[in-house]
Design a protein around this ligand. Sequence first.
Ligand SMILES: Cc1cc2nc3c(=O)[nH]c(=O)nc-3n(C[C@H](O)[C@H](O)[C@H](O)COP(=O)(O)O)c2cc1C
Length: 392
Amino acid sequence: MLRFTTAGESHGPALTVVVDGMPAGVPVDRAAIDADLRRRPGGYGRGGRMKIETDTVEITGGVRHGLTIGSPVSLLVRNRDHQNWLDVMSPDPQPEAARERRRLRYPRPGHADLAGALKYGTRDLRNVLERASARETTMRVAAGGLARGLLRAAGVEIRSHVVRIGQAALPAGPAVAWDELDRVEDSPVRCVHADAAGRMVAEIDRAKKDGDTVGGIAEVIARGLPPGLGSFAQWDRRLDGRIAQALMSIHAVKAVALGEGFAGGDTRGSAFHDEILWTARSGVERPTNRAGGLEGGVTNGEELRAAIVVKPIPTLLIALRSVDLATKEPQKASVERSDTCVVPAAGVVAEAMLALVLADALLEKTGGDSLDEVLAHLEATRAQQRALAGPE
Ligand SMILES: Cc1cc2nc3c(=O)[nH]c(=O)nc-3n(C[C@H](O)[C@H](O)[C@H](O)COP(=O)(O)O)c2cc1C
């Protein structure tokens, strides 16, 4: 229902996204999108590039007077750093010197350099890294801002927080509650727990001092979702699979868990599943939410919780062994200006990807060409669900 396509290179003139399928009448809050764009390059452990790019969104189609009009929405973010790359990134033919100047020769283990060169047959790895770079996630965050506008109107909010960086993790205990997430944006590592945040910062400092990088885990949470989004009826309509694909597509994400999914392999069923209770005052209730809001690939009315494991990023100052593809001689991997830890930023991107998948699933459930139609159908669905499982 909701599709989006991004385009643009990391050091090209601009990045763009076209979002197709947004109903008419959805509020578009440009300031909120810019605020999300500012959260993406933030977080302790980011590198020099992030100080150059102060991203702001330009709306180039599909919105009038603060509301979508039903046509495709196109958004644009200019790369300020492009001014330093005019000849290197020029779309027009350039003299040899410009072609050689920022050529990347030695593929970085863990990055897309080698696989991309083999795929496209290019000897200049810059052609790969310019698009494989996570700079692309800028436009996912911008598109996610549109999706959040639709979800907000339907009563759905999405937040994220950092659970672990390297060996520093939140203390074991109950899941982080929604209200605790108010503290996230005041933390340099987007972590709700001050002591754990201090240990996370120290992990990043140690990795940076060693010329190394460090990964971690972030959790993304959606609240206010109606039950019944997604379907168990076909494999590709299961919402668990769609969310996992969207989160796994984020650069450096290597594992995705729904709820307490990582614990599912070593916990007995009786300790893992969420019992179903009913009270006259509240209707159906779940005393726990280990499933993370999804059963059978369908939302069950609980908070949707998904965790992502983010690997340590590939560009290392203590470069790993690699090969010069031209001479086949051993070489240390190329070093580009780089971050030390991107876990806090990956959480922000995960919010956007989850918003896009949930907005798509909501539209699939309700249909509708306008926000009013979406909300009317949603209210009818909620009434039906109250009759089935609500209070007396
Ligand atoms: C927000 C964000 C920023 C990133 N910044 C860098 C970076 O500065 N240097 C780097 O080597 N990798 C960085 N990465 C990770 C690479 O983009 C990623 O490892 C690479 O594209 C290969 O994809 P894969 O790790 O998913 O296989 C970043 C990832 C994210 C989510």
